[in-house]
Write a protein that binds this ligand. Structure first.
Ligand SMILES: Cc1cc2nc3c(=O)[nH]c(=O)nc-3n(C[C@H](O)[C@H](O)[C@H](O)COP(=O)(O)O)c2cc1C
Length: 304
């Protein structure tokens, strides 16, 4: 989760609990990302990944910088890079692709993805589809044969995790919004409070300069856009995207959200944020997910 929503502060405890702790690597300086990866790696023996959006202008610098800093895995979405698989092979770094269609899943597997994340419309941030997870996942499941297939978008508890793994055949789940609502997540308290206060109607789709729709909280900034009030940036301060229509400065708006500016910030969120009403520790989230999943998971019948 960029920008600076998932840093070492969140990724390391997730990895300590047995998850893949993922640092949001988009739209931050390479040196900052490297320092954060080293910090996370020093804090845990678990797996630390970095998520870098292909839409970033300095995508390759971020990827190479992350690998140099010793990251265990690169996760990439928001566009599709073919070259990344070559880099993965040359540096012995697993590449995980985020896709929202069977066609890209098939391509990612063919090109050498170590795992594939199916991200559906319930996800937070930039969206590659308007299809729901329970409709999209089975279509992708049919075409991915060899590598682990991970379900993402709207998963808030262990019952839903068990459902995706048991009924839909997912090999794992990717969870984001639930982890913003943890003690360890380094965003401002106002960000977490805005999420806790959100009702179902407060979660909306917004236009993004990245060229994809984004899912976010309905805040004063989003209301302004809906009312066609100009939110245009005065200057391009960050030079972050390969292509940008300068409709507004997404880097600035995400930074403002991270710092708790409820008036001006853009608060990315998953569709089901309204279901979560408490801030837990990362360990408590893991314990809750596992105990809920175990309470419904059916062991496959023994074959004699
Ligand atoms: C605050 C926030 C920031 C996000 N940032 C990124 C990002 O930088 N790159 C990315 O590929 N996905 C990003 N996502 C999407 C998540 O990685 C994830 O796939 C999705 O939100 C899962 O759905 P959930 O939030 O309902 O669990 C972000 C999501 C949130 C809520």
């Amino acid at each position: 989760m960029s920008i600076r929503v998932s840093t070492a502060a969140l990724a390391a405890p997730v990895a300590e609990c047995g998850g893949i702790g993922t640092i949001g690597g988009s739209a931050i300086p390479v040196e900052e990302l490297q320092a954060d990866i080293r910090k996370a790696k020093a804090a845990t023996n678990g797996v630390i990944a970095v998520n870098i959006m292909f839409a970033m202008k300095n995508f390759y610098n971020l990827v190479m910088g992350a690998i140099d800093a010793g990251v265990d895995m690169i996760v990439t979405g928001a566009g599709f890079s073919r070259d990344i698989f070559k880099i993965g092979e040359e540096t012995n770094t697993p590449i995980v692709s985020i896709v929202s269609s069977p066609a890209f899943a098939k391509l990612a597997e063919k090109l050498g993805a170590a795992a594939i994340i199916v991200e559906a419309k319930e996800a937070g941030g930039h969206l590659g589809t308007d299809v729901a997870l329970r409709d999209l996942f089975p279509e992708v499941r049919k075409v991915v044969k060899k590598v682990p297939l991970i379900a993402a978008g709207g998963i808030t508890n262990g019952f839903e995790m068990a459902e995706m793994m048991d009924k839909y055949g997912a090999d794992g789940v990717q969870v984001a919004t639930r982890f913003v609502l943890t003690k360890e997540c380094p965003v401002a308290d106002a960000f977490k409070q805005a999420m806790l206060d959100a009702s179902q109607e407060d979660v909306v789709l917004v236009k993004s300069p990245v060229g994809m729709p984004g899912r976010a909280l309905r805040t004063p900034f989003v209301e302004k856009m809906a009312q066609q009030i100009s939110v245009k940036a005065k200057e391009c301060k960050y030079q972050c995207l390969k292509k940008c229509d300068y409709f507004y400065c997404i880097s600035e708006r995400l930074r403002q959200a991270r710092d708790g500016n409820v008036e001006e910030g853009l608060f990315f969120t998953g569709e089901n944020v309204w279901k979560m009403k408490e801030i837990l520790t990362v360990r408590e989230v893991f314990d809750q997910f596992i105990s809920q999943a175990e309470s419904v998971y059916k062991e496959p019948a023994a074959v004699c």
